[in-house]
Ligand binder design. Structure first.
Ligand SMILES: Nc1ncnc2c1ncn2[C@@H]1O[C@H](COP(=O)(O)OP(=O)(O)OP(=O)(O)O)[C@@H](O)[C@H]1O
Ligand SMILES: [Mg+2]
Length: 473
């Protein structure tokens, strides 16, 4: 067995093994030479004794050498990141060494796992940040990018140098100042050209010298486009609102002036002008009312509606309230309800206002002498939508239909825009503020429902509102 092991290992260790055996046997060889020289031992006996010592040395040294060889292979295997289930060692000392190496290996494996978990959790934390973040090395190569940065600049952003990310000289200059340690942090605005097309605010910060890895600076980017769009929308809204108010106001001021001058003593003209002025004043008050309503609903957007309401009852109330207005246009309001409709979690006042706006539109813009049909039914799910963050689960669908000409797809998509009114209705001099459907949209958004509009020559125009039965968190 032992001789076999010696034979197995001979190929790899023979030179060092033989050298070791000869070294160990050398003192005996010297003693034998001296004894022969002093004629105290015959050369034959000396050679025989020396041969016996060499063989003994070989026998005693072999297991140690085999163990050392096993140990070497074992440590090499661990160093390559692989593991061996057991190691074939015979000597106690070698076994102890192997165990020590083993526990050192287990310790480092645990440490590496811990570090890896730390790195992964750091990356996960960075990925949850809404703003793009990049880490760069001394040469400006991007070493890391969080999820938001990868979404903005592409998955392969980490293969690039920062100079190739934004085509902006100011940005490149600011980064190079940081890399040359001429500055600790830099802030600047930049415009990212096609395909990004965004205005960005960049904050570049040198990392402290003791920070881990090769990263020397971190770049945080803030996409200003959304904020600018909101700002522009607000500015447009104020401009539109002022414009809408200025028109009736200038009509009223014009008539006041006429009444004070040329029409001062004209009784008929006065009657007629006062009627127009009253109409304009009433339009101004409904405009102000709608503007206030819109801002109130927008402010309530984050407030979850609490009450449980019976939508069918509200539909009946609204239909009753608008019956007279409908009859003036030769119309009837027909309500078709599914049995056993569930109550829904909603703000009663807002749902009433939403249904009033849709019914009012159907009467105003529907074909005269045609019916307005309001249908109510339960649905299992609300169809997901880009514009609305819809709630899951069952819902009540309320559709309001009127007969009339087909509305083009382009116009259908614009109906809920603030102050948008179809040209043909303006031409027909049908009064309206253009805010009723934007108010409806805001109410539906607060209730996490959905709104769809369809229009065809035969079916007319149908607005369908989906309101969830439950508003879960
Ligand atoms: N049922 C409908 N059929 C045809 N067109 C409609 C219908 N409902 C709305 N519209 C069009 O959409 C536009 C916007 O409607 P919205 O209710 O927001 O404003 P409005 O009716 O003009 O004003 P207000 O609601 O203050 O009276 C209307 O001016 C009209 O051109
Ligand atoms: Mg309206």
């Amino acid at each position: 067995m032992l001789l076999k092991k010696i034979g197995d290992l001979r190929g790899k260790q023979n030179s060092s093994f033989s050298a070791r055996v000869l070294m160990l046997s050398l003192p005996s060889a010297i003693v034998f030479v001296l004894l022969v020289f002093l004629s105290m031992l015959s050369p034959m006996s000396a050679v025989l004794s020396y041969a016996v010592i060499v063989v003994f040395n070989m026998i005693f040294l072999s297991p140690i050498t085999i163990d050392l060889e096993h140990l070497r292979r074992y440590i090499n295997t661990l160093a390559e990141g692989k593991t061996l289930d057991d190691v074939d060692l015979s000597e106690d000392e070698a076994h102890d060494i192997a165990e020590a190496v083993n526990s050192m290996h287990s310790f480092w494996v645990a440490k590496t796992d811990e570090l890896q978990a730390q790195v992964m959790s750091d990356a996960a934390v960075l990925d949850t940040l809404p703003d793009p973040i990049l880490m760069i090395d001394r040469s400006g190569n991007i070493l890391g990018a969080n999820l938001s940065a990868r979404k903005m600049l592409g998955e392969n952003v980490t293969d690039k140098n920062i100079e190739n990310v934004f085509d902006s000289n100011n940005f490149i200059r600011a980064v190079s100042k940081i890399l040359k340690k001429e500055s600790e942090s830099e802030d600047l605005f930049l415009f990212a050209k096609e395909p990004l097309n965004r205005k960005i605010y960049a904050h570049i910060k040198q990392l402290p010298w003791f920070s881990k890895g090769r990263a020397v600076a971190v770049i945080s980017l803030y996409d200003l486009s959304k904020a600018l769009t909101v700002e522009k929308m607000q500015a447009d809204f104020v401009a539109n609102a002022s414009h809408e108010l200025r028109t009736p106001l200038s009509v009223i001021s014009g008539f006041i002036e006429t009444l004070q001058t040329s029409a001062k003593d004209d009784k008929d003209a006065r009657e007629q002008f006062l009627k127009i002025m009253a109409e304009q004043a009433s339009f101004m008050s409904s405009l102000i009312e709608n503007l206030l309503s819109l801002s109130k609903i927008e402010m309530s957007q984050d407030e979850k509606p609490k009450g449980k309401i019976n939508v069918a009852k509200i539909v009946d109330d609204v239909a009753g309230a608008f019956e007279h207005k409908a009859s003036e246009r030769g119309m009837h309001i027909v309500v078709e309800k599914q049995d056993k409709l569930p109550k829904i979690t909603a703000d009663e006042g807002q749902i009433r206002q939403l249904l009033q706006n849709l019914t009012d539109n159907a009467i105003k813009y529907g074909l005269s002498n045609g019916d307005v049909v309001i249908r109510l039914k339960k649905t299992e799910e609300i169809i997901p939508s880009k514009a609305f963050h819809v709630a899951k689960g069952a819902a009540v669908a309320i559709s309001v239909n009127n007969k009339g000409p087909k509305i083009s797809t382009e116009e259908l998509t614009r109906l809920t825009e603030r102050f948008y009114r179809m040209q043909e209705h303006k031409n027909l001099n049908i009064k309206g503020t253009g805010l009723g459907l934007s108010i409806a949209k805001q109410i539906i958004m607060r209730h996490r429902g959905n709104l769809t509009v369809s229009s065809s020559l035969y079916e007319g125009t149908t607005f369908t509102v989906y309101l969830p039965v439950e508003l879960k968190d």
